[in-house]
Design a protein around this ligand. Sequence first.
Ligand code: GUN
Length: 291
Amino acid sequence: MILLDGKVASAAVKESIKKETTVLSKAYLRPPHLAAILVGNNGASETYVASKVKNCEEVGFLSSLIRFEADIAEDVLLNKIIELNNDASVDGILVQLPLPKHISEAKVIETINPAKDVDGFHPINAGKLVQGLPSFVPATPYGVMLLLEHYNISTKGKHAVVIGRSNIVGRPMSILLSSNLPYGNCTVTICHSHTPNLNEICLQADILVAALGKPGFVKQDMVKKGAVIIDVGITRVTDETAKKGFRIKGDVAFGEVSAKASAITPVPGGVGLMTIAGLLKNTLQAYKNSY
Ligand code: GUN
């Protein structure tokens, strides 16, 4: 069984980004710059954004963290995005999701200039992805593709099953895995909460991607022997014995499933780290595109 180690793979991606950034920052007289917007103080979002900012520093990017209270008016947030769109020193803009209920996520996403949409959530980038055109690919599915590439996981002719149909992970993941790409040449089935016979479908998967946000959902009896298991889940589960009062749990029951898998991602230490690598690659690309 191969452990698909996000620490190892993301370190390799970050090392190559860092090298390229050093050269380009000299040529263009400035480093790439990511602006991250955080609304409110959701604990998980705080952690993710802090990690994105820290990783920017590690590869030599500039980052700005812009914070707003949870009760910010929607138009104030939209105006900030427009200001960042017009700021030539900013290459990438991300607004951490979820947003408070009174703010339209769709409006926020559509206000970001697609050329700076390093999350790849804008309908223009989503549409380009569907058509196989160069675009910003959402960071988590992009990170999974980088992980498959790092571990040279063959996808040609394989059956991939994706559980989850979100715009952030499941849907773009299914598109990437079914594209004619070196590491995305699968036949893909996309499943969700209303899929009948889910266990039987999962049992047919050579590559199983769990992205439904239900801790420990994928059990041994849903997995074919020798399957490659990609666990995208990162749910905080209360645990009084843990220092922070919670533990991060994946969507896969790792212990029992790893006994059957040929390769599997751990949680934490798997896809989460690759998400950051995907975001950094997108930010570097946005910076290069601006010249
Ligand atoms: N919330 C959960 N995942 C993501 C992500 O990849 N980007 C942003 N902006 N918010 C998220």
